[in-house]
Design a protein around this ligand. Structure first.
Ligand code: NAD
Length: 242
């Protein structure tokens, strides 16, 4: 199951899982986006369904997992990718915006992991949750985002200890990834300027692609990642944060 599978990183992960032979449940708050990913995964020969859900709602997280179990009989892997974004300096950040972002990224990750815990444990599977380079470095305007993304790592360390020895739980901290969200609202010229400025911090000299994160996710969930748990994997083109 991939939350936020209707776009960007989650979409790429859902499609790579499908290509690797997994049946995939795509959970997304935007019905049309989730359904499009499910259609694409099906076109690639996989069993795939879309479930419209808001990960910040307890009953939606539970329904995502119960649907996966009803339709496919089991749930091996959970990938938490659902995410929204807003920016405001601390002095202008409203409590409502703080709570809304924490609700989706951090509480949503908790709710989905709790709902999926027994199934993933029984299957001997794994969880991967998206943190961010911004859990480790500051940027003005992103206090709520950095707090949520750092919280995902703290949460995952404990989750890993509780899922062990049956299943794994890890975090990926992506650097800048070229997704619809990263481009949101920018003209071509603004996008190019943002990209060129951001890439100066990236030794590999380019933005990441959603597939870069998908490959790392499949590694952590697959047979070569079975003794890796409670870790954060920085997939960021070599960007260094002191
Ligand atoms: P995206 O906007 O392209 O995709 C996010 C998806 O999540 C969308 O389909 C959206 O509809 C869905 N979503 C949003 N709120 C939801 C909710 N409450 N319930 C269910 N679905 C919801 O974004 P992306 O760039 O692919 O980011 C995916 C994840 O990776 C996010 O957690 C983001 O914070 C993280 N991340 C992204 C970058 C980047 O540079 N793009 C870097 C670091 C971390």
């Amino acid at each position: 199951m991939v939350t936020g599978g209707g776009s960007g990183i989650g979409r790429a992960i859902a499609l790579e899982l499908a290509a690797a032979g997994a049946a995939v449940v795509i959970g997304d708050i935007v019905a049309a986006a989730g359904e499009e990913t499910a259609r694409e995964a099906t076109a690639r020969g996989a069993n795939a369904i879309a479930v419209t859900a808001d990960v910040a709602r307890e009953e939606d997280a539970a329904r995502l997992v119960s649907t996966a179990r009803q339709v496919f009989g089991r749930l091996d892997f959970l990938v938490n990718c659902a995410g929204n974004v807003s920016l405001a300096p601390v002095l202008e950040l409203s409590e409502a915006d703080w709570r809304a972002l924490i609700a989706v990224h951090l509480t949503g990750t908790f709710l989905c992991c709790r709902a999926a815990f027994d199934a993933v444990s029984e299957a001997g599977g794994g969880v991967v949750s998206m943190s961010s380079s911004y859990a480790f470095k500051g940027r003005p305007g992103g206090a709520h985002y950095s707090a949520a993304k750092a919280g995902i790592f703290g949460f995952t360390r404990v989750l890993a200890s509780e899922l062990a020895p049956r299943a794994t739980a890890n975090v990926i901290a992506p650097g800048p990834i070229d997704t619809p969200r990263w481009r949101h609202g920018l003209s071509d010229a603004e996008y190019a300027a943002k990209r060129d400025k951001r890439v100066k911090d990236v030794p590999m000299g380019r933005l990441g692609a959603p597939e870069d994160i998908a490959e790392a996710t499949l590694f952590l969930l697959g047979p070569h990642g079975r003794w890796i748990t409670g870790q954060v994997l920085h997939v960021n083109g070599g960007e260094f944060y002191a």
